[in-house]
Design a protein around this ligand. Structure first.
Ligand code: SAH
Length: 242
């Protein structure tokens, strides 16, 4: 157990242990790449997060491991059936208590940094990925606790959305990023966009790094960064300042 500080909550809170994310999908292969690279991979190796991907077909009782069927009332597109989803969720819940069972859906609450911060404090979550036309509505009515959209557009499946959500949450788990403050200085954490950053060389093709950043004057640099954040937010996302 350890104390962690979250700027947006302005309180200290505690976690008993690190996080477990169970992802339910009919396309488990899609997760091989993105969750096995870089920060997300290291976070698993270091034990900050446990990630499990469950193939919905393993929970089908059908002869051909079917997980989808035609929609009642007709119309184009297949619908994921409730039974395999219920069997998978029930099996997971019989072993562990989950804070949330999240369905990724274009008509859900639109994901933002505040929601990522909130979810990164949870212990165990399930992410359910829809496919084709979506899932049988009874799944949403009876088995899901939250519905999250990653934006107002439609993807072919919930897998990419689940990866976006998992990545955004995992990098916030204390200890995952080497420099713990770096997640807190990212865009949106304080309602502002991040200031510009530069690295060597200090001059390239005559394009110079602002002198202030090379001055070594910490307080002035902080002031400059804040000014730049405000300027950038006004120019690009004035909605954040409201
Ligand atoms: N018929 C649905 C779209 C289905 S898209 C509709 O019109 O609302 C198939 C699946 O992709 C969805 O069930 C969902 O799991 C996922 N998906 C698509 N767009 C998404 C988005 N913007 N955010 C999160 N999940 C999304």
């Amino acid at each position: 157990m350890r104390w962690i500080y979250r700027k947006d909550f302005s309180i200290f809170t505690w976690k008993i242990r690190d996080m477990r994310i169970d992802i339910i999908t009919c396309l488990p292969e899609l997760f091989d790449g993105p969750l096995n690279q870089s920060i997300v991979k290291r976070s698993q190796q270091k034990g900050f997060v446990e990630l499990y991907v469950h193939d919905l077909r393993d929970y089908s009782t059908g002869k051909h491991k079917t997980v989808d069927d035609y929609a009642y009332g007709g119309g184009a597109g297949m619908v994921l059936m409730i039974e395999p989803i219920d069997r998978c969720i029930s099996q997971l819940k019989s072993k562990i208590t989950y804070d949330d069972v999240i369905f990724l859906s274009p008509d859900g609450v639109v994901l933002n940094q505040g929601l990522c911060n909130e979810l990164s404090l949870e212990q165990n979550i399930i992410l359910l990925c829809g496919h084709y036309k979506g899932v049988d509505e009874r799944v949403r009515e009876h088995l899901i606790t939250r519905e999250i959209s990653i934006g107002s557009y439609v993807l072919s499946g919930g897998e990419l959305a689940a990866m976006v959500l998992a990545d955004a949450i995992i990098r916030l788990i204390p200890g995952v990023l080497n420099d713990e403050t770096s997640a807190l200085t990212d865009s949106f954490q304080d309602g502002l966009l991040a200031p510009p950053v530069y690295t060597r060389p200090s001059e390239y093709k005559g394009w110079k790094v602002p002198e202030i950043l090379q001055s070594g004057h910490e307080q002035k640099i902080e002031e400059w960064r804040h000014e730049q954040s405000v300027k950038r937010t006004k120019e690009r996302r004035s909605d954040l300042l409201k």
